[in-house]
Design a protein around this ligand. Structure first.
Ligand code: GLP
Length: 256
């Protein structure tokens, strides 16, 4: 894992945007795995400002709430179109987001996995992290080999996401999410975490044991996982000084 600690959310988002931009320049037909939530908002804003060419890019989103129509204000469809897809030149036919209204969830999930494979696999998967260590919506005790499927949210996650629904009671109980096994097949993974609420889950994921109690900890087994943090999210890392030293002393050929 490469741990990159930055003073602010802005600085961290700029580094993440540079990583995505580099991929799109080197591989114009890249396949991106995309995330929602507050964490990637500034990253998406920066990517829009960069005016990159998205005409050959394919995107697969991590997850969606079951039962939400694409135009629901809290749906991840709406989030992605408002914050990124409507603002770049991506083709609608290249956008894939789990369908929260599908009447055949297992069939849909199987097809989603097949579509990822048919696209050549995901080049770069963006991730946030839940306060309980979830990635996508793979809650604690999710199989670390899981594929795209239905999941039931924990109360902690429903409470954390209540702000998007105007209250906890309106938050759906079920979601469709890529599995941790699906995420681990991406060629590169870029996880971002900001703010003190993420510090504990992040430290356990990076420096604790690999365990389904913290699904993000599976990323310790990923060959190319980059973790971009602001200082508050990094505040519980025991080896933070070492990560800073490594980043500040990278060989020139390894720098962005
Ligand atoms: C959500 C999403 C995740 C996201 C995480 C953190 O529930 N399913 O993909 O990374 O929880 O959200 P936020 O970035 O708003 O803190």
């Amino acid at each position: 894992m490469e741990i990159i600690i930055q003073p602010t959310v802005e600085a961290a988002s700029t580094i993440a945007a540079q990583m995505v931009a580099r991929l799109l320049r080197e591989k114009p037909d890249a396949v991106l795995g995309l995330a929602t939530g507050s964490t990637p908002l500034l990253l998406y804003h920066e990517l829009v400002q960069m005016k990159l060419d998205w005409s050959r890019v394919t995107a697969f989103n991590l997850d969606e709430y079951v039962g939400l129509a694409p135009d629901h204000p809290a749906s991840y469809h709406r989030f992605m179109w408002e914050n990124l897809f409507n603002r770049v030149n991506i083709l609608e036919s290249n956008v894939h987001i789990p369908d929260g209204l599908t009447e055949d969830i297992p069939g849909f999930c199987l097809r989603y996995e097949q579509q990822i494979l048919a696209a050549g696999g995901i080049d770069l998967q963006l991730l946030g992290i839940g306060t309980d260590g979830h990635i996508g919506f793979n809650e604690p005790t999710s199989s670390l080999a899981s594929r795209t499927r239905i999941k039931t949210l924990t109360q902690q996650t429903r409470a954390h996401n209540a702000r998007f629904f105007g209250g906890e009671t309106a938050v759906p109980h079920h979601v469709i999410t890529m599995g941790t096994g699906t995420i681990m097949e991406a060629r590169q993974v870029l996880l971002m975490a900001f703010g003190p609420d993420k510090a504990r889950a992040l430290a356990e994921a990076v420096e604790g044991p690999i365990t389904s109690m913290n699904p993000a900890s599976i990323l310790q087994l990923h060959p190319v996982a980059k973790i971009v943090l602001d200082e508050p999210a990094a505040s519980r890392l025991r080896k933070a000084d070492y990560y800073r030293w490594v980043y500040d002393n990278k060989p020139d050929w390894q720098k962005l």
